[in-house]
Design a protein around this ligand. Structure first.
Ligand SMILES: NC(=O)c1ccc[n+]([C@@H]2O[C@H](COP(=O)([O-])OP(=O)(O)OC[C@H]3O[C@@H](n4cnc5c(N)ncnc54)[C@H](OP(=O)(O)O)[C@@H]3O)[C@@H](O)[C@H]2O)c1
Length: 311
């Protein structure tokens, strides 16, 4: 297995592998893919065996937290663990919740934030999260009204979380950066979705670490039929930009994953996968390092013409 490069996650100082693991695919239930406990255990252990040291999850990802607790809690010193808060606490399975509490609703109150972190600690069989991120990118006003940041800082003072972050998007992101309290931002970004490219640089300039999500473009440009079918719009940008003409022997997914890793301020890219071959492919890609500067510039030029550019 090739060595994964590591990068510093902003002011947290955590040295994270440039490829992380997004555990959303482990959610199961009506919205996720059905896998056995054995398969869940196999992929989580393969992630750690490959050297990945950063795992992102959420209360909202169905069975994911319980599966992390069940299958890799005994290897807790091998990974940084990030989860989310302000998601509703209660049964992990959506179908076991009352109708008004399904589908990732968020409640931005001190009580719910604290109850959520305590539930995550129990489910993942650990005494601390390395990072807790507010889920759902609420407005600054919502955060202030509910005392969310104070609750997170209290959890930090108690040692239940080491750093606090925000899963942020759109116009709220710049407000969140200006608040100056978040150690990290989780931001969607890929070559086919470059809207937050400049905001990532702004977050890093303010000292925060940046975790990219969506940085494999959900596999849309790949040969994998399921993932191609789910990402028709992204695949359309790929075709329009004629990125095949720039590959020079790389696979499409190597290009996508390396493009994300070439952003100088993206500390890690939490790609989710249930497929050990995809995991190996992504590790190999990231181990090849950033794209060469001339190729990166040419790709950005073509992507802009195809409609994927910073906003
Ligand atoms: N904060 C938020 O609101 C939020 C929202 C969404 C996601 N997230 C986090 O971000 C993580 C990743 O997000 P994402 O799922 O949106 O984006 P992603 O990482 O770009 O895509 C994951 C998808 O890509 C496929 N894939 C991965 N590697 C591949 C490869 N080499 N070839 C072909 N297909 C490949 C996977 O399918 P296979 O299983 O078939 O490989 C999976 O369906 C999640 O797990 C979660 O932790 C956060």
């Amino acid at each position: 297995m090739p060595d994964l490069p590591k990068r510093t996650l902003g002011r947290t100082g955590l040295e994270v592998t440039a490829l992380g693991y997004g555990a959303m695919e482990l959610r199961g239930g009506p919205r996720g893919r059905q896998i056995s406990e054995e398969e869940a255990g196999r992929i989580l252990n393969a992630v750690l065996d490959s050297g990945i040291n950063f795992i992102d999850t959420s209360i909202d990802y169905g069975m994911a937290e319980e599966r992390i607790g069940r299958h890799i809690a005994h290897r807790r010193d091998e990974y940084y663990l990030a989860s989310k808060c302000a998601c509703l606490v209660g049964p992990a399975a959506d179908e076991e919740r009352p109708p008004g509490q399904r589908g990732g609703r968020h409640v931005y109150t001190r009580e719910n934030v604290i109850a959520g972190v305590e539930q995550s600690l129990r489910r993942m069989n650990t005494d601390h999260l390395d990072l807790v991120q507010v889920h759902g990118s609420p407005s600054k006003q919502e955060l202030e009204d509910g005392g969310v940041v104070e609750a997170m800082l209290d959890l930090k003072a108690e040692g239940k979380v080491r750093f606090i972050g925000m899963s942020s998007t759109g116009s709220n992101l710049r407000d969140h950066i200006a608040m100056g309290v978040f150690d990290e931002f989780q931001i969607p970004y890929s070559c086919l979705q470059r809207g937050h490219e400049d905001a990532i640089a702004e977050a890093a300039a303010a000292g925060a670490g940046v975790v990219v999500r969506g940085g494999a473009a959900r596999g849309a440009p790949s040969d994998d039929e399921r993932n191609r079918a789910r990402g028709a719009e992204a695949a359309g940008i790929w075709e329009k930009a004629d990125l095949d003409g720039l590959l020079g022997g790389m696979s499409r997914m190597e290009f996508v994953v390396r493009f994300t890793a070439t952003h100088p301020d993206a500390s890690t890219n939490i790609v989710g996968t249930l497929n050990p071959e995809h995991l190996a492919e992504n590790i190999e890609a990231v181990s090849h390092g950033p794209l060469p500067p001339d190729l990166y510039a040419a790709a950005k030029h073509r992507l802009k013409a195809a409609g994927s550019q910073p906003e």
